[in-house]
Write a protein of this length. Structure first.
Lengths: 369, 293
């Protein structure tokens, strides 16, 4: 198995730079997800790894080989495309076998490989069908079959699930995860869906405007976002963020916003920060409607209750700042309509610099990268 | 048939007028075929007298017997097949790779090459320079000259290029990831995906080759090499004041009109035979480039 190394990778189109010298090391057998809003350069980065886009600057290595000037077919990578790109004139077996035929693999060996792959992906009954006669999920599986039949060193996935409906997406997500566990092939996966990123990744790379904002394990990004962008991007619904001014009290720093006073963790960066403007971040699931131990209670005005089943989203506001609370329903939402305050433990609160958006550290809770 | 009850009065009138116009158009297109067929099966005397209008008058197949017994008819028929099959294959051999190259964004000077191809659709060198060119290349009076001289056609290249451009890039990228080189991408992916477009281009080539007349007349002197259309002209122009023909008027079983009509019918038959098989492509192909699928 090979790892993938990106060193100061740059992509320019004419005078516009879309990827600004990113560094990334994907370990052998690792599943790395590139995530970010559209236009953040994640697909371009993937396509540079695939060899479908030229690398303007920097160095790409797969294993120990520098790949900048190597043709896609010689990189030992396979890619699953967003629109599957199955050849419509070929049946499932021929689609899966295409790459092997091109490489002049012996016929009986091709037949054996196709049978094996079809078994793994549950496609055995569909081998003689054309792509047009398959459902979305089956097509997706064929696209994956075409990738795994070649036993490549690296799998590349370009938003492979975005054309599927929600239910199928969940199902295929689990299948991809299972497949990775079974085959253990180094994988780079691009998506704009943070749920996919959280569920699939060994490590997530959050990108924005052609730069990497943060790299880390899913829970690391969730618990310790490096900045307001990552905090807002990872987690669903996103972290509540609002401006506040710091006041120093005897018990420690306090954030004051719209008349509410919220106790902040005793961060080194907040020492002597009287009057400093900060951004306070509280995850919807960390705002509790039940009283908590050491923390603050903040009055809110309830606007709307969105019921999800076992959970509900309470859309509230502090002054004129919207604030979302995720609450357990316990099978009944009646009690939620009277909510007028939330409680938040002090250690759950994130504080970001008002100017740069970077998280302020470090407290005793440990800080982000 | 669409249910007329679903239409408003105005729409109904519109549909009726449309159908009448289409009917008139269809009849006016069909009539010459019927007329020629009837003429070829009428006696020369009636044909000369202008009495054939819709059906054969004084039914006889003498004109066909006369045509089919002519060795030059058979050799020109054979030549037309050679020009049509050879010319179409040669055209496709140039047009498919040419259109593919012009559709590639990575082609260096792509705009320039596209402009050069399109240029030939509006301007050409003209009759005399083209003739001199063919003469100096030693391509007069040769099968190869006719086949290669008209192999490439800007319109067909652009038609196919537009179709290629409409094929999602991810097919090409997937094939390249699978290890295909440029030729394999074209041959194993683009060509199979473009069957309707290629069939359309092939049909355009077949029809224009089959009906090719002018340049064959200009470039070919050798009677053994002329195609059917040029042979037809021989019959019409040269035999019309032929002594023997004048005499046949007396027995009146055939005239040069009925002989010409018989040749035309013979020349239409092969196209009529293949058309039903490629009609579906032809109908699709006319819309090519107009609609993004």
């Amino acid at each position: 198995m090979s790892g993938v190394t990106l060193e100061k990778i740059v992509k320019r189109y004419g005078t516009a730079t879309v990827v600004h010298g990113i560094d990334l090391q994907v370990q052998p057998k690792e599943f790395v997800v590139l995530v970010g809003p559209s236009g953040c350069g994640k697909s371009t980065t993937l396509r540079m790894i695939a060899g479908l886009e030229e690398i303007s600057d920097g160095e790409l290595r797969i294993g120990d080989r520098v790949m900048n000037r190597v043709a896609p077919k010689d990189r030992d990578v396979a890619m699953v495309f967003q629109n599957y790109a199955l050849y419509p004139h070929l049946d499932v077996a021929e689609n899966i076998a295409f790459g092997l035929r091109i490489r002049r693999v012996k016929k009986d060996e091709i037949a054996r490989s196709v049978t094996d792959v079809a078994k793994i992906l549950g496609l055995t009954d569909y081998l003689q069908r054309k792509p047009a006669d398959l459902s979305g999920g089956q097509r997706q599986r064929v696209a994956m079959g075409r990738a795994i039949v070649r036993h490549p060193a690296v799998f590349l996935f370009d938003e492979p699930l975005s054309n599927l409906d929600a239910k199928l997406r969940t199902q295929m997500r689990a299948e991809i995860k299972r497949l990775h566990k079974r085959l253990g092939v180094t994988s780079v996966y691009v998506t704009h869906d943070q749920v996919e990123a959280m569920t699939l990744a060994d490590r997530i790379v959050v990108m924005r405007d052609g730069r990497i904002e943060q790299i880390g394990a899913p829970m690391e990004l969730f618990n310790h976002p490096a900045n307001t962008f990552v905090a807002g991007f990872i987690g669903s619904p996103p972290m509540n963020q609002f401006e506040a001014a710091v006041e120093m009290e005897d018990a420690g720093p306090v954030a004051v916003a719209h008349g509410a006073r919220i106790a902040l963790p005793a961060l080194d960066a907040l020492k002597g920060a009287q009057g400093r403007k900060v951004i306070v971040g509280i995850r919807p699931e960390h705002a509790s409607i039940e009283p908590v131990g050491k923390g603050s209670t903040v009055s809110v005005e309830l606007d709307l209750v969105e019921t999800l089943g076992s959970e509900a989203l309470l859309h509230t506001s502090i002054g004129d700042t919207p604030f979302v609370i995720k609450a357990e329903t316990g099978g009944d939402t009646d009690h939620l309509s009277s909510v007028n305050a939330f409680h938040v433990p002090v250690e759950r609160i994130k504080v970001f610099d008002h100017e740069t958006g970077r998280v302020l550290g470090s407290s005793q809770m440990g800080a982000a990268a | 048939m669409t249910n007329m009850n679903l239409y408003s009065r105005g729409d109904r009138l519109f549909v009726i007028v449309n159908m009448m116009l289409i009917g008139i158009f269809a009849i006016s297109t069909l009539y010459p075929f019927i007329y020629i067929a009837s003429l070829s099966m009428s006696t020369g005397f009636e044909a000369r007298a202008g009495r054939v209008i819709l059906t054969p008058v004084g039914f006889t197949l003498e004109a066909y017997i006369r045509v089919l017994s002519e060795p030059l008819f058979w050799s020109s028929y054979k030549n037309t097949f050679i020009y049509t099959i050879g010319g179409t294959l040669m055209s496709l051999a140039f047009i498919i790779p040419g259109a593919y190259a012009l559709s590639r964004p990575q082609l260096i000077g792509r705009r320039f090459w596209n402009l050069m191809v399109a240029f030939t659709m509006w301007f050409n060198a003209g009759l005399i320079p083209f003739f001199l060119n063919m003469r100096d290349l030693g391509l007069l009076d040769s099968y190869f000259g006719i086949i290669i001289g008209f192999a490439v056609n800007g319109f067909n290249i652009i038609l196919l290029r537009n179709f290629f451009e409409g094929i999602p890039r991810s097919f090409e990228e997937a094939a390249r990831m699978d290890g295909a080189n440029e030729f394999q991408v074209l041959w194993k992916v683009y060509v199979p995906l473009s069957k309707p477009a290629i069939a359309t281009v092939a049909l355009f080539c077949i029809v224009s080759r089959w009906n090719g007349f002018f340049w064959a007349m200009v470039l070919l002197q050798d009677e053994e090499k002329i195609p059917l259309q040029v042979y037809l002209r021989h019959v019409i122009v040269e035999l019309s004041d032929d002594e023997e023909f004048a005499n046949t008027l007396l027995n009146a079983t055939y005239s040069f009109e009925t002989v010409s009509a018989a040749i035309i019918v013979c020349s239409i038959i092969p196209v009529l035979l293949i058309y039903p098989f490629i009609q579906k492509y032809f109908n699709k192909g006319i819309l090519l480039g107009g609609v993004k699928e």
